[in-house]
Design a protein around this ligand. Structure first.
Ligand code: FUL
Length: 489
């Protein structure tokens, strides 16, 4: 009896200690949803603009273009998607209707659509062709349907809001699972409006009734991330130049605009914050959109101005490398194909990415961590290339180190880290030291890590020892660590 009295509590203590050590850390702060976690893995995708506006050589169609001009004789969605895939893009958002109001699918909601054009003898559905090309090539597919419609005669009335919701319903019903529903912020102004050629002003906060409209998205496409400049799943970074702030927190505290429902998470004011909010109320990561050519639509006079692979790589570091996504504008020409220089640049970018991130030097190092929660959360998990396994410290350990030691000197200039974000954005800061001439020398520092952080050193560093000093307000998680040398192709 006495034996049990003494031993039992000890056993219970040991067992509970074991269970406790195996338990994952408590989540911290705002957390990503399942749809946002899936979106974080896409990282680089494209935004395709191709409507009668291409044939008019404009950026914003007025809404009066004759549908007969939309006649891309060599259109080939497979070729466009193949070029995007070669560029490392993992998704495509199709502008299914831009501000000119022309629908690329045979919508039942408005006459101004692809069935009025000579494309495929009026029997075409370009949304379907892009969707199928994406499914075949393994790219995710999403849609952009402009709320502003410069063709529709009833734009500005409640009748139009119903039409817009029906258009979304068609897009959400007939094209499989969508990873994004993209809603641009340009709204109201002058347009054709069925021949009225007038200016219509709407209150962009209240007119579209976004709470009701996006409830349709949630119901019909639960995995579609809502992008808009008023937030929800993914927020606009605040520029169309393709870079996020430094730091760039995925958490954000929205400031609801007048007339918007404060109870809805993510209802943001039209106020742009490229930095996010440390410890913010919601998980609303940023998307950085930027066209590959100067314009969103193709313009022959912009020949020679396509961004180079090096420029794209630099934008990648400032978007994906800051925990955001890179959304690259892709503009087919009037043939319905990409210009050769766009194809070449995408291919070069894809190769540069591949070559730069192919050889993770950390994998050849001996890795030591200053603390681990248990065997289930050991340091080696940052090197296994599995996003679901991660290193974690004990609950009370909020400062920790990772040491990499090589048997010979290594040269690198890229350091890549990922937190285990299903448990929140935990890390406050990382300081990076290299052993140089026998002394630990600080070579870089960063604050926000989140889904991905890539530090690009001004100069390559040569060393056989690297140390990361990490600090957080709670215990630390990390699911990936990479050390690379940028390729020069
Ligand atoms: C903006 C639009 O006004 C541009 O035409 C383009 O579609 C860009 C991606 O979004 O809001």
């Amino acid at each position: 009896m006495r034996f049990f009295k003494k031993i039992l509590p000890l056993c219970l203590l040991l067992i509970s200690g074991f269970i406790f050590a195996q338990a994952p850390p408590e989540p911290y702060g705002a957390l990503p949803s399942a749809r946002q976690l899936a979106w974080h893995q896409v990282e680089v995708y494209g935004l395709v603009h191709f409507t009668p506006t291409t044939f008019e050589n404009k950026e914003w169609g007025y809404g009066d273009a004759d549908p007969k001009i939309f006649n891309p004789k060599e259109f080939d969605a497979d070729k466009i998607v193949a070029a995007m895939k070669a560029g490392g893009l993992k998704g495509l958002v199709l502008v299914s209707k831009h501000h000119d109001g022309f629908a690329l699918w045979p919508t039942k909601t408005a006459a101004y659509n692809i069935s009025q054009s000579p494309f495929r003898d009026g029997k075409g559905d370009m949304v379907k062709e892009f969707e199928q090309a994406c499914r075949k090539a393994g790219l995710k597919f999403g849609v952009y349907c402009s709320p502003w419609d410069r063709n529709n005669p009833v734009y500005g009335s409640q009748e139009y809001v119903k039409i817009y919701r029906q258009q979304l319903t068609e897009l959400y019903t007939n094209y499989g699972e969508l990873f994004m529903s993209w809603h641009d912020g340009a709204n109201g102004g002058d347009g054709f409006y069925g021949g009225a050629r007038t200016t219509k002003k709407i209150d962009r906060n209240t007119y579209y009734g976004w709470d009701t409209t996006w409830a349709i998205t949630r119901k019909l496409q639960p995995m579609a991330n809502l992008f808009s400049d008023i937030g929800w799943d993914v927020r606009w970074v605040g520029n169309e130049s393709g870079f996020a702030g430094e730091p760039s927190w995925a958490t954000f505290t929205p400031v609801p605009a007048a007339g918007m429902n404060e109870a809805i998470p993510g209802n943001l004011k039209h106020e742009f914050n490229p930095f996010g909010t440390r410890g913010g109320k919601n998980w609303v990561p940023a998307e950085c959109d930027v066209p590959l050519r100067p314009g969103w639509f193709y313009h022959p006079e912009q020949k020679g101005k396509t961004k180079t692979p090096e420029q794209l790589f630099s934008l990648y570091l400032k978007s994906v490398g800051r925990g955001a996504a890179l959304d690259l504008g892709i503009a087919p020409d009037t043939r319905g194909l990409l210009d050769d220089e766009d194809v070449k640049s995408l291919e070069g970018f894809g190769k540069l990415l591949e070559a730069s991130f192919k050889n993770n030097l950390a994998q050849a190092a001996t890795l030591r961590v200053s603390n681990k929660r248990s065997k289930s959360y050991k340091g080696m998990f940052v090197l296994d290339q599995m996003i679901d396994s991660y290193w974690a410290t004990e609950d009370t350990v909020k400062k920790a180190e990772i040491n990499l030691t090589w048997t010979s000197d290594q040269t690198f200039d890229l350091i890549k880290m990922r937190e285990y974000i299903p448990l929140g954005q935990r890390i406050d800061s990382v300081e990076v030291d290299a052993m140089i001439n026998g002394t630990w020398t600080k070579i870089a520092a960063a604050t926000s890590i989140g889904a991905c952080r890539i530090i690009f050193l001004n100069e390559p560093v040569k060393t056989s020892q690297l140390r990361l000093r990490i600090a957080a307000p709670v215990c630390i998680t990390m699911s990936e660590l990479g050390v690379f040398k940028k390729a020069n192709l």
